[in-house]
Write a protein of this length. Structure first.
Length: 227
């Protein structure tokens, strides 16, 4: 007969145990200043992308939103709405990951309040994600004339954007070897270049580049030991 799992096994997130160790320099607190704080913050984002499946999905979804924003001449209010919606989903997922890690660190036995905290945090992310989808759908519905007036840009986005998202998805979920990650980054750059050249908004173009670079850096430097 197989051994019964420990009570806390049902509560712990096994992905947290695959995060590469953090090297702490004793006595180095406060020495790095702003640069050190920024580096730690970036590391937190990249570790979340590297270890959390839902964060990978959010990055891919955000990239798709950026592709739409680069193709269509949206007004300022619409662009701000899309950027804010994408950023708040990413923020919620990062916060959810931090809460899960904190609970796993201090709660050793299964407790219904710990379960409630995790479920509520995940539910908050879901609310933001669904709202973002609704915002994008409403924008496309009310601004459909922009799609009809820019069919060439839409066709270009489909021609290069769909393969780009597919390559990024393969890199985030399946590719592990550094050499293949670098090849994936080159292919993604080649697919992204035509979209950047014809982009209607430089901010969406910059964020798209950030998403591609963030995904590559997460897999190259913060890939879990087992996935």
């Amino acid at each position: 007969m197989s051994a019964m799992p420990e009570p806390h096994d049902a509560l712990r997130d096994p992905r947290m145990d695959t995060i590469p160790p953090v090297h702490v320099v004793i006595g180095g607190v406060g020495r790095g200043g702003l640069a050190s704080s920024f580096r730690v913050a970036v590391a937190g984002v990249l570790r979340t992308v590297a270890t959390q499946r839902n964060m990978k999905v959010h990055v891919l979804s955000g990239l798709m939103v950026m592709i739409v924003g680069m193709a269509l001449p949206l007004d300022l209010s619409v662009r701000v709405s899309l950027l804010f919606s994408v950023s708040i989903v990413l923020f919620a997922e990062i916060l959810n990951t931090a809460l899960e890690a904190l609970i796993d660190l201090f709660v050793k036995d299964f407790h219904r309040l710990a379960m409630l905290a995790k479920d509520a945090a995940a539910g908050g992310v879901l609310v933001f994600a669904v709202t973002t989808v609704l915002v994008l759908a409403d924008i496309l519905f009310t601004e459909w004339h922009l799609v009809e007036d820019n069919l060439d840009a839409v066709a270009r986005s489909c021609l290069f954007g769909i393969p780009l998202v597919a390559v990024e998805a393969a890199g985030l979920f399946f590719v592990r070897r550094p050499a293949l990650q670098l090849l994936r980054l080159v292919v993604s750059g080649a697919l992204l270049a035509p979209l950047l050249v014809h982009s209607t908004d430089p901010i969406f173009a910059i964020v798209a580049v950030v998403f591609v670079g963030m995904a590559a850096a997460a897999r190259l430097y913060y890939l879990p030991r087992s996935a």
